[in-house]
Design a protein around this ligand. Structure first.
Ligand SMILES: *Cc1c(COP(=O)(O)O)cnc(C)c1O
Length: 378
C-alpha cells in the first residue's frame, strides 16, 4: 500500500462489525473475559485498547517498523525508552537537541545511573571518538531543534552497527512522510505526536517505533508496566490527523520554502536556518536521505529588539511553543524550549537572544509574510 493510502486506511484489522468508516473510540478501561483463562485479545486498556492499537499499527506501518507504541506525550516515549538501559550505560546524543530531552537526560536519567555525552552528530567522527565500552546507544535528531543540523543517518547507522549500539532517531520534524530512519538502519524512532502527526495544536501524544522484534518485545513489557499510554479519544484524534499528514506536510513545506527565501532577502534578518536553502550545509545529505525539508525555520534577527518586536507584534502567527500544527507558531528558544541549557553552552550552539524558531502552518504564504513584515517594521 502506498504511503498516502496507508495514512487513510492504516491498519487492515477490523475493530467493528457495523461498517463504521471511522474507527470507533473504545472508551473502556477493561474488557470482560469470555471464559476462565480466555481473552478476547483485550484485557485491560493499559495493555491494549482497540482504538490505540489501530493507531499503533498505522504508525508502525508508516515508519516501516515491526511495532509502534503510542504514549501520552513525546517525553513519555523518551522517558520510557530510557528504561531499556541500566545504570552505568553510556549514551551519545546530538549536541543540539529538543530542550526537554536535555532536561530528561541531564536531570533525571543521570540520577538513574545513565551517562551522557553530547556531540555534534552531523560529524560522525565526533561520535566515534566518544564511543567507550559502556556505550549502548546514539540518540540523534535530524534536522536538529532549533539549529537544523543534518546528520547522515545511514553513516551513523553503520558506525552503530559496528559497535553494537542502538541508533535512536527523533523523527518529529520530518515525520515518516519525508524521512524513514528505520529504512536507513536506525533501530528506534521517537516522535512527539503532538507536532506534525497530531498536526492541529490540540493534542499531546508520543510514539516509539521499533525495527527489531526482540527489542519491540522488551519495549512492550516496559510500556505496559510503566503505563504512559495514549487515551482512546486522543488515539482517535491522532488517527484522524494522520489521514491528512501528506497534504499538510506538502503544503507546509511549500510555504516554508517561500518564507525562508523571503527571510533571506530582509535587511533585518541576519541568518536563516532552513534545510531546503541551497546555502544550508546539510542540503545534500538531506536530499539523499529525506524526500523533503519540512516546514521548520530558525532565523536570527539583526538585533534583539527586532526579535522581541516580532514576538510581540505578530497577529496571525502565534507566539507560542510547540510546532507542526496548522497554525503558524513562533517561539523564542532562548526563553522557552532551551531555557534550561546553561547560557554558555546555549550561546555556543547559536541559541542567542536574536534567534527565533518558526513553525510554518497552513495559512497562506502571503498572509504569513505580511504578518512578519508588519511585526518587524510596524
Ligand atoms: C516537542 C518535542 C518533543 C517532546 O514531545 P512532547 O509531546 O512535547 O512531550 C521531543 N522531541 C522533539 C523534536 C520535539 O519537538
Amino acid at each position: 500500500m502506498d504511503f498516502n493510502t496507508r495514512c487513510i486506511h492504516g491498519s487492515k484489522d477490523k475493530y467493528d462489525t457495523t461498517g463504521a468508516v471511522s474507527v470507533p473510540i473504545f472508551q473502556s478501561a477493561t474488557f470482560s473475559h469470555p471464559g476462565v483463562g480466555e481473552s478476547t485479545g483485550y484485557d485491560y486498556a493499559r495493555l491494549q485498547n482497540p482504538t490505540r492499537e489501530y493507531l499503533e499499527k498505522t504508525v508502525a506501518g508508516l515508519e516501516c517498523g515491526c511495532d509502534a507504541m503510542a504514549f501520552s506525550t513525546g517525553m513519555a516515549a523518551t522517558a520510557t525508552l530510557m528504561e531499556v538501559f541500566s545504570p552505568g550505560d553510556h549514551l551519545i546524543c546530538s549536541y543540539d537537541l529538543y530542550g526537554g530531552s536535555h532536561r530528561l537526560f541531564n536531570h533525571i536519567s543521570v540520577k538513574n545511573g545513565l551517562l551522557f555525552d553530547f556531540a555534534d552528530t552531523a560529524d560522525i567522527s565526533a561520535v566515534k571518538n566518544l564511543i567507550r565500552p559502556e556505550t549502548k546507544a546514539v540518540f540523534i535528531e535530524t534536522p536538529t531543534n532549533p539549529m537544523m543540523q543534518v546528520t547522515d543517518i545511514e553513516e551513523m547507522a553503520k558506525l552503530c552497527k559496528k559497535h553494537s549500539l542502538l541508533l535512536i532517531v527523533d523523527n518529529t520534524f520530518l515525520t515518516p512522510y519525508f524521512q524513514k530512519p528505520l529504512l536507513l538502519g536506525a533501530d528506534v524512532v521517537i516522535h512527539s505526536g503532538t507536532k506534525y502527526l497530531g498536526g492541529h495544536n490540540d493534542t499531546l501524544a508520543g510514539f516509539l517505533i521499533v525495527a527489531d522484534k526482540e527489542l519491540a518485545e522488551r519495549m512492550r513489557f516496559i510500556y505496559k508496566t510503566t503505563g504512559a499510554c495514549l487515551s482512546a479519544f486522543d488515539s482517535w484524534l491522532l488517527i484522524r490527523s494522520i489521514k491528512t499528514l501528506p497534504v499538510r506536510m506538502e503544503r507546509q513545506q511549500e510555504t516554508a520554502m517561500k518564507i525562508a527565501q523571503w527571510l533571506t532577502e530582509q535587511k533585518k534578518i541576519k541568518k536563516v536556518y532552513y534545510v531546503g536553502l541551497a546555502s544550508h550545509p546539510g542540503i545534500e545529505i538531506s536530499k539523499k536521505q529525506s524526500s523533503g525539508f519540512g516546514a521548520m525555520i530558525s532565523f536570527e534577527t539583526e538585533c534583539c529588539d527586532t526579535a522581541v518586536r516580532i514576538l510581540e507584534r505578530v497577529e496571525i502567527i502565534k507566539y507560542a511553543e510547540s510546532l507542526g500544527g496548522v497554525e503558524s507558531l513562533i517561539t523564542y528558544p532562548m526563553l522557552q524550549t532551551h531555557a534550561d541549557i546553561p547560557e554558555e553552552e546555549r550561546l555556543a550552539k547559536g541559541i542567542n537572544d536574536c534567534l527565533l524558531r518558526f513553525s510554518v502552518g497552513l495559512e497562506s504564504a502571503e498572509d504569513i509574510i505580511s504578518d512578519l513584515k508588519q511585526a518587524m517594521e510596524g
